[in-house]
Design a protein around this ligand. Structure first.
Ligand SMILES: [Zn+2]
Length: 491
């Protein structure tokens, strides 16, 4: 087994309570495990890495990790989403939904997305993709390939194909509804359970299983109950989007007379395995102080995790109310990227600013709070005390953030400067399970230029397929108008 010693201007170590900064510190790892963090290691080593003027820190844990050629970005200036292809036209569903990508293109999309995550310092990812351009759900077969693609790249993954009983639709008159298919929901859950059983511990433990039912309003009560039972039996994480959209909480009120959290609490879905993006709309359709408190009590009592995805939320003009409040209530909040760019640093910065705005208080949260959310809180959510920190006995998932860039300005503190002035593009080395995967913005064995070309062509075709799915089927240029009018004439 190779023993490696890495030094840097700052090491982010873990002292058993939280992260601490070790100036000019060192980290030693042997195989996939860290054996020393601190100073004065005098044992033999096979390899020495001097990271120089850099922060040597833990890899990030991304609980809602963008694993797509992101289509959410098409909505950046194009709201409301249902008018711009974010909800299926009922006429499209009547004809029978189709896959927009070939199996090969599905593979390319995952390879591309995993590469992006790694380059941004994400060492543990729980992938999320859109089901909008799928025939219905994600499949066992494509996830078997995703596991192989992930293992080949060397990223740590929690995988499980997404499934659902229903799909949101918009009727020609603008009314919303849900198209149900219970048999498909059941088959999807069965496939997901089989996948978790087959792939738990795959690739030397890099791949673990999770259950990923699609958003709450697209699941029946039965599917959610069976999912919760399966998660307990398999003892795996279970991720469910909820408390996200006005349509969701309205639907939950109509169908169950409860808030989303209220229903999950009632059916025993909430426990330490539950990972819940996005935690924005708590307390049901007409929230009161009491109904919000009830949801918070249920989350805290169950030790469930809320997953905040700052960039996607802030772009859509809504935000968790609030990260600081969840911390006060002892509710675990982890981080997700969910949209492009899957840049954890930008997400941390956005999260800090938005939380202060929501709270109206500039001391509502700190750089340390958010850095901890993307590391230790994610590890807690996954019940993995061996991740998200650099300490003896933990996994060698390590990032090197370069501090020498002119664009970073004056250094005030490694973490504060990283978040205020840095970005995911400042990571110069990413190590997963003791293997250097990314170095100097490149990934060994991957031609990023070729991958980017392929992804662009694929995405252009996906974009061209929007009219058939979109309400009233307008042409592509009307669904996605550019920022400014285009002129091809002299002015
Ligand atoms: Zn999400």
């Amino acid at each position: 087994m190779t023993r490696t010693l890495i030094t840097g201007r700052y090491v982010v170590g873990y002292d058993g309570q939280g992260h601490v900064i070790l100036p000019d510190g060192e980290v030693v790892y042997e195989g996939d495990t860290i054996i020393h963090v601190g100073y004065g290691y005098d044992g033999p080593v096979d390899e020495r890495i001097d990271a120089g003027n850099a922060v040597v820190g833990p890899g990030f844990i991304d609980l809602d990790a963008l694993a797509d050629l992101d289509s959410t970005v098409l909505g950046f200036d194009n709201a409301p989403g249902w008018r711009h292809g974010r909800v299926w036209a009922s006429t499209y569903v009547e004809q029978g939904p189709r896959e927009a990508y070939t199996a090969e293109e599905e593979d390319t999309k995952k390879e591309y997305a995993f590469a992006q995550l790694l380059l941004n310092g994400v060492t543990t990812a729980l992938p999320i993709t859109s089901l909008l351009y799928r025939e219905w759900d994600e499949t066992y077969t494509e996830f078997a390939r995703a596991a192989a693609i992930g293992a080949e790249l060397g990223i740590r993954l929690y995988l499980g194909p997404a499934y659902r009983t229903g799909a949101s639709v918009v009727h020609p008159d603008g009314r919303f509804g849900i198209h149900w298919d219970e048999a498909r929901g059941r088959r999807g859950l069965e496939a997901a359970i089989a996948f978790v059983k087959d792939y738990e511990g795959y690739a030397d433990g890099l791949v673990r299983g999770m259950l990923a039912p699609d958003r709450i309003e697209c699941c029946t009560r039965e599917l959610l109950e069976q999912t919760a039972q399966a998660a307990r039996a398999l003892d795996c994480p279970v991720r469910l989007h909820c408390c996200q959209s006005p349509l969701e909480i309205e639907t939950m009120e109509e169908r169950f007379g409860r808030s989303s959290i209220g229903l999950l609490d009632e059916i025993g879905f909430l426990d330490r395995r539950a990972l819940l993006p996005h935690g924005i709309r708590l307390g049901g359709h007409r929230p009161t102080t009491a109904s919000v408190e009830q949801d918070l009590d249920a989350l805290a009592g169950a030790d469930a995790t809320l997953v905040q995805c700052p960039m996607v939320s802030a772009r859509m003009g809504h935000f968790m109310d609030s990260f600081a409040r969840m911390q006060r209530r002892g509710i675990n909040v982890g981080l997700g990227t969910d949209t492009f760019p899957p840049d954890v640093i930008t997400n941390l910065h956005t999260g800090i600013m938005a939380t202060r705005l929501v709270e109206g208080d500039e001391s509502a949260c700190s750089a340390a709070d958010y850095y901890t959310a993307a590391t230790l809180a994610g590890a807690k959510a996954l019940n993995r005390p061996d991740l998200g920190r650099l300490a003896p006995g933990t996994k060698a998932d390590i990032t090197v953030f370069d501090l020498s860039g002119f664009h970073l300005g004056q250094l005030i503190d490694p973490i504060q400067t990283m978040i205020m002035s840095g970005s995911g593009r400042d990571f110069t080395r990413v190590i997963v399970n003791g293997r250097t995967i990314a170095q100097d913005r490149q990934i060994k064995g991957i031609d990023l230029t070729r991958l980017a070309d392929q992804a662009q062509r694929q995405f252009d075709r996906l974009r061209a397929s929007y009219p058939e799915r979109t309400h009233r089927h307008p042409p592509e240029h009307e669904i996605f108008p550019g920022a400014f009018p285009v002129r091809r004439t002299s002015l």
